[in-house]
Each structure stands twice: as structure tokens, then as C-alpha cells.
Design a protein around this ligand. Structure first.
Ligand code: ZN
Length: 605
């Protein structure tokens, strides 16, 4: 510890009805030639430039009560004139975005990530930070509480008051919720955990805590006790429609559909609750994989601009593989349910011809401008480092088990990554994951990784899954709602004709959102943005378009009327057979003993 004075912050939800936080930042010993301050351009875990400084409404500086002149020097940096004595910057932040990455304040609650509200004094990244979190003014907010994993510095548990962080990076890694949330707690491997849910809901908190305990304990034991965090907080925002999460070192922020939360009356894990538990499991796994086992490129984070790494497949893909696998390993869902989820992941990959054009390392590197800025051509141009990354993790796991006759698995790779990088704080070099995997395998995995990460061929999943008695099959999609993972509802159906597009409901027709490479629509000249209004002279909309097309044989020529902008156009499309791009994974019945043993070792139970 140095004797340098801490950077002091004060955050006040000054006007909840106008969505405004007032923030003050005080530096006791400003730089003699003038102190600069800046806000981050992005938030770790979400690889897109968001320019948080755009939400600063006004800003002023003062030294011992006297105004100090401030000049803005770029989109996110302010420079103060030289002054003697403590310098305080006071500014107002508009908090109008309800998302896990931003800040939101209204009369029902307040939420913020430090990246959006706490300005960093230049050169003080390593200083201790002390934060006063104040309640909104007025009687109406007297029952508000605070939920955060930040260490208190005098504030009572869940109270307003003083909190502290060891440095700026830690400060902005503890999101804060304030309001009237429901709160429950549990212990996992000796570590206290809490769940705080904001928003109207009817969740069975006991059930939730019981199920989360299993997930958390499994993960702590996977990496090895003791857990790296002294406490952990699940911050949940329950809404009507929404899904997403962001990982932090000792907490996660989640947004979910309130219907996905468990009900007291429900014994089994339904589809919605399965999705929610998968999200919790995903973000919790990041406590190790990306928050502590970190790419060298993020050690430390440069929050002022894009930071590229070819490793996002490992941090998001491996995490996406384990999140659902752990649900079945802990017995929360049966293997069949897990294989359905895995089949859906594979379907997401197989449905895009972009997988033949972009490799996983390219997808990782270009996350900032491609994955996070997807347009209508995305399925034809890119591959997801989440979905394909999860499949590579699966393929790697099964390959390691095969090479070592079941002696080693991806679990060993994760443990070694944790020992070598996570515990030491050394960043993972760009070839670090491949090297650790080869070390665990005891043989070179160069060929595997060249194909899986730098190549664009499909992964040999059918072959690898055979080792664990799981069949991998492809079939044509049945409808726009068909997410894959399950056998066809109508197994008698012959080849299904398709236009090769996706659409959404719009007034007067079906609005084309995506046109797939090589499909009938693309060949006919349909374009994303077109409004399909008729097929062969009969009105069409998003509800009946698929049914109308299905009534023709493959190879039939149909006239499609579309509005492109405001111009009515007639196009002729020759219907093609729907491609076999939907994956179904199932347990092969009555496998031999050795296969059964390998399956058990993989899925648990
Ligand atoms: Zn993630």
C-alpha cells in the first residue's frame, strides 16, 4: 500500500424523475501542470465502443471552493487548469439506458456501472478509491437499499454510505443497484452469496438459492477450492421481455424475463428457468474465465479504445460450453435436455454460411465491428465466437478424452489455465490456451486448432460425439420458430420448399430481415428490407408466408410481390428445398459399457 491519498467519489441520484446522477470526484494532489480526467469508451465484457462520456450533461471544476477552468481535449477527456490543493470535478450523468452495461435511474430504482459514472483522474489508475453512495433526496426513497459486491468503508450492509475499492479497475468492476429489491442469500463452499432481484416478480427465492448453490459449488470445485472471491452477488433485473448478463469479479448483472424465474409450484426445470440458470451459470463461470484468467491484451484493460484479441472464442466459447453442461452435471436438467440445448447451439452455427468465410480467431478479433455491430448480412458473413466457440470447446473436450483414454479433459485445461494465469494474474498470451491444451493432451494439437480456430470447415462433431454414445444428425428446418435440438415434429414430411429468408411481422406484410446465401429469395432478387405483400397474387403476411410457400412443391416458380421502399415490384422465385441445417443430438440407446462409462464421465451422474 502506498501513502498516496485515495481518489474520492460521491454519487447522488439527484433527480430520479429526470434520470440524473450527480457525481463528484476529488483528487487531493492534482498534477501540477493541470489534471486531466477521462471516462471509459467501453465496459469490460462487452466489446463495443459505447462512449460513456456522451452522457455527461455538464461538468465543472473547483479548488478549495474556487472555480477552475476546464477544457475538453477529446470525446472523453477533460483537462483542468493547474491549481494548488484538492481539485473536485462535479458533473451530471444522464442514466436512461436499462441494460447491464450502462446506468439507469428512475423513480423505481437506480443502477450503475462505474465505467459510465466514475471519471478517472489521469495517472491515478492504481490509487485506492473511496465512494460515498447517497440516497435520492426526499422521503419517497427512505426505504431504498443498496446491493453491490464493493467492500464497505463504513456503510452498513445494504446501506447507503461509504464504500471502497483498491484501484480504479476494481471500482468500475462492482456494479451498484439501489432501490427496493428482494434479497436472499446462501453459502457455496464457504463463500457467502446473495441474490437481489429488482422489478416485479413472483420468484421462489428459496428454490433459486438451492439451485444456484449446486451450480456455484460445482464451479468452485471444478477450478479448485478456495474460491477466488470473498463474497458474490447475483444482481437481477426482472422485466417483461429481456435477456442478458455481464460478468464481474465478485458479482454479475443479469436482466431476465420475470416468467423465467422459478415458481414455488413448479417442481421441474422448465424451458424459461433453464435459460435463466444457464445465464447465471455462464456469468459465474466468468469469475474465473475472463475476469481472472484474462487475455494478455486485457492485462490491464485499456478502456480508452478498442482492444483486440484472437482469444474471445476461449473466454466466451468455453464459458458457453460449460454453462449448460454444468446444469446437467449437477443434475438440474436431464442429459436429454442438455443435448437439446447443445443441438440448438450447433444449429445456430450450421444455419449461417458465414461460418465458411470467417474463422473463430477472426470473429474474436473483429468482435468490436462485426459481432457487436451485426447487420442484415451477418448470417452470410460472420460466425459467432460464442456458438462456434462452444462447439470447439466440446470438440476439444472430446478430443482430449480420446487422446488420453479418458485420463484428461477440458476440466484439466481450465484448472491449469487457472493455476498458471488466473492465480498469478499473468495475462494469457494469444497462443496460451492452445499451448496449455497441448500440455494436458501430451501430444501436439496443432492440426486440431488449425482447423477449429483458423479454418472454416465444419467440426467433426458426429465422429467425436460417437465416443460418448451421442448421435449428431442434421435435418431441414421446419419453420422460423424451429430452433433445432429436437427431432422433426413431422418425420413423414418430404423435402420442404423454402424461400431462404427470415422475416418479421410488419403492417401489411412480412418484412424481410435476412436473405440467405444461395437461397431462392437471393436468386430471385429479394432484399432485406423488402415488404412481402403477396405470393402468386394472394395476400401474404409473416403469419401465413411459410404456410403459403409450403403448399408448393420444391422447384415451383412463384410470383412474389414486394414493396421495396415505396415501389411495388413483382419477382419470380424458384423454390428450393430447405437445407439440412438443423442439428439434433440424442443419446444412442443401449451402448456398450465403455461408451456408457465415457458418457458418464462427460455428463456426470
Ligand atoms: Zn460471457
Amino acid at each position: 500500500m502506498s501513502d498516496s491519498p485515495p481518489v474520492r467519489y460521491r454519487i447522488l441520484p439527484v433527480q430520479p424523475d429526470a434520470h440524473l446522477f450527480e457525481v463528484a470526484c476529488t483528487v487531493a494532489d492534482p498534477a501540477p501542470r493541470g489534471q486531466a480526467f477521462s471516462l471509459p469508451a467501453w465496459i469490460p465484457g462487452s466489446y463495443m465502443v459505447r462512449d460513456f462520456a456522451r452522457n455527461v450533461v455538464w461538468l465543472r471544476a473547483a479548488c478549495d471552493g474556487r472555480p477552475v477552468s476546464v477544457e475538453k481535449t477529446d470525446k472523453q477527456t477533460w483537462r483542468c487548469a493547474p491549481c494548488d490543493g484538492p481539485l473536485t470535478l462535479t458533473y451530471e450523468v444522464y442514466a436512461g439506458e436499462l441494460s447491464v452495461r450502462a446506468a439507469h435511474l428512475d423513480t423505481t430504482h437506480g443502477y450503475f456501472n462505474g465505467t459510465g459514472v466514475f471519471i478517472l483522474p489521469d495517472g491515478r489508475e492504481g490509487r485506492e478509491c473511496v465512494v460515498d453512495i447517497l440516497p435520492p433526496p426526499g422521503e419517497a426513497y427512505r426505504d431504498w437499499r443498496v446491493a453491490t459486491a464493493m467492500a464497505t468503508d463504513g456503510a452498513r450492509p445494504h446501506g447507503f454510505g461509504s464504500y471502497r475499492a483498491g484501484d480504479y479497475e476494481e471500482l468500475v468492476d462492482h456494479p451498484v443497484e439501489m432501490g427496493r429489491f428482494s434479497l436472499a442469500g446462501f453459502e457455496a463452499c464457504g463463500v457467502p452469496h446473495e441474490v437481489a432481484i429488482t422489478g416485479r416478480h413472483r420468484a421462489d427465492m428459496d428454490r433459486l438459492c438451492k439451485d444456484l448453490t449446486r451450480i456455484c459449488e460445482h464451479q468452485v470445485r471444478l477450478f479448485g477450492e478456495p474460491a477466488p472471491m470473498g463474497r458474490y452477488l447475483f444482481l437481477v433485473m426482472a422485466v417483461g421481455e429481456g435477456y442478458g448478463g455481464l460478468e464481474h469479479r465478485a458479482s454479475t448483472s443479469l436482466i431476465c424475463c420475470r416468467e423465467d424465474l422459478p415458481r414455488a409450484s413448479e417442481a421441474k426445470v422448465g424451458e424459461g428457468y433453464r435459460r435463466f440458470l444457464g445465464l447465471c451459470s455462464h456469468e459465474y463461470f466468468h469469475t474465473w474465465n475472463v475476469k481472472r484468467i484474462r487475455p494478455a491484451a486485457f492485462t490491464p484493460y485499456d478502456l480508452s479504445r478498442e482492444t483486440h484479441t484472437r482469444l474471445l472464442w476461449a473466454f466466451e466459447g468455453i464459458t458457453s460450453y460449460y454453462d449448460e453442461l454444468i446444469l446437467t452435471r449437477t443434475g438440474l436438467i436431464p442429459p436429454e435436455s442438455y443435448l437439446e440445448l447443445l443441438g440448438r447451439t450447433a444449429t445456430r452455427v450450421w444455419r449461417g454460411s458465414g461460418r465458411f468465410k470467417q474463422s473463430l480467431t477472426e470473429s474474436s478479433f473483429d468482435a468490436w465491428t462485426k459481432f457487436y455491430k451485426q447487420d442484415e448480412n451477418a448470417p452470410n458473413a460472420i460466425v459467432s465466437y460464442y456458438a462456434k466457440g462452444a462447439l470447439v470447446a466440446l470438440a476439444l473436450d472430446l478430443t482430449l478424452r480420446r487422446h488420453t483414454a479418458g485420463g484428461c479433459s477440458l476440466d484439466d485445461v481450465m484448472r491449469l489455465l487457472w493455476q498458471r494465469y488466473g492465480r498469478t494474474g499473468v495475462g494469457v498470451p494469444e497462443d496460451g490456451v492452445e499451448a496449455i491444451a497441448a500440455e494436458v493432451a501430451g501430444v501436439s494439437l496443432q492440426g486440431f486448432f488449425d482447423q477449429a480456430l483458423r479454418g472454416t470447415q465444419d467440426l467433426p462433431l458426429a465422429d467425436l460425439l460417437g465416443d460418448v454414445g451421442v448421435s449428431f444428425q442434421l435435418r431441414p428446418t421446419e419453420s422460423q420458430e424451429d430452433k433445432g435440438g429436437k427431432p422433426a415434429a413431422d418425420i413423414e414430411a418430404g423435402p420442404r420448399p423454402t424461400l431462404g429468408l427470415r422475416a418479421t411481422a410488419d403492417a401489411g406484410g412480412a418484412r424481410v430481415t435476412h436473405v440467405f446465401d444461395g437461397g431462392a429469395a437471393q436468386v430471385a432478387g429479394l432484399s432485406a428490407g423488402d415488404l412481402v405483400v403477396a405470393v402468386d397474387g394472394i395476400r401474404a403476411d409473416n403469419q401465413n408466408l411459410e404456410k403459403r410457400i409450403a403448399s408448393y412443391p420444391v422447384g415451383a416458380r412463384v410470383q412474389v410481390h414486394v414493396f421495396r421502399r415505396d415501389e411495388l415490384t413483382a419477382l419470380e422465385a424458384e423454390l428450393r428445398a430447405a437445407p439440412a441445417d438443423t442439428c439434433v443430438l440424442s443419446l444412442v440407446p443401449a451402448v456398450d459399457e465403455a461408451t456408457e462409462a465415457r458418457r458418464k464421465a462427460w455428463l456426470g451422474g
